[in-house]
Design a protein around this ligand. Sequence first.
Ligand SMILES: C[S@@+](CC[C@H](N)C(=O)[O-])C[C@H]1O[C@@H](n2cnc3c(N)ncnc32)[C@H](O)[C@@H]1O
Length: 285
Amino acid sequence: MKLIEYRSYFRTALKPFHSIEESDDFLKRLLKFYFDWEPIKIGLEPNYILKKKEEDQLNNALRGLIQQEPLQYITGRTYFLNIELEVNKSVLIPRPETEELVQWVLESESHEKDKSILDIGTGSGCIPISLKQGVPNWRVSAMDVSQKALDVAIKNAKINTVSIEFYLEDILSKELWGSGLDVIVSNPPYVVPSEKEEMQSNVLDYEPELALFVPEDNPLLFYDKIIQFAETNLNENGVLYFEINPIFVEELTSLLKQSFESIEVRNDFLSRPRMIRASKSKIKT
Ligand SMILES: C[S@@+](CC[C@H](N)C(=O)[O-])C[C@H]1O[C@@H](n2cnc3c(N)ncnc32)[C@H](O)[C@@H]1O
């Protein structure tokens, strides 16, 4: 089949789920990923005849997309800030709001090169890897309860040539960290089951439940536990950064007020309150 014909075939197959623009974007990304072809290839060589092997590869990916599998799991790759990461179904696909959380940490903390940082619930390792790349002198550690997630994170640290200490730990039963921490950052599970109705099947059917959900009757389970952990393990001027579910921002702010200072909520690029920062002692502004 000619490349231009394949594009029409691809668009038609995805029509029930995606706009033409989205389909074209998927196809361009697949052409780049599988064959290293630039997006302009379809315009420059519309009559290029796809080899059987090329068509088979594209058709495999198309089958996944029709079943609502995220493109990132199909290719096994994603991008986070300026790093490339491997992903599979054991880890959450990193989101843009998490990039904003990392940027907030970097812009607020990178003036000091000697810091000890812990990421709780690291998944693909997107947070600690980009922090370590931002400030190579920081001592960065990360934990996750899932060995399969840690395997991905360890591989990603290697690919991105950064040195991070990874630990298989359950934060819900962890009390003490070996040494004092200057920054704790976490994007913990925070979706309640009643939100499932509004969620798309590419998330519900493919992304790990362990990374997403908390009990309906205890939505702040992880925040509560991480706050207690931070009280014990953060240094005197230590700072805690969370990604948050906008529907629980007020509850979480009240919880933090009981033991933390200088609480600040930040909106993401869609103007939703998605990040919160709290400090053990007042932050001087
Ligand atoms: C929302 S995902 C965040 C992943 C990654 N940090 C990111 O931002 O893309 C939450 C992560 O917490 C981990 N997790 C779930 N329960 C945990 C627990 N009890 N202790 C430690 N990590 C846990 C999950 O395996 C998952 O990787």
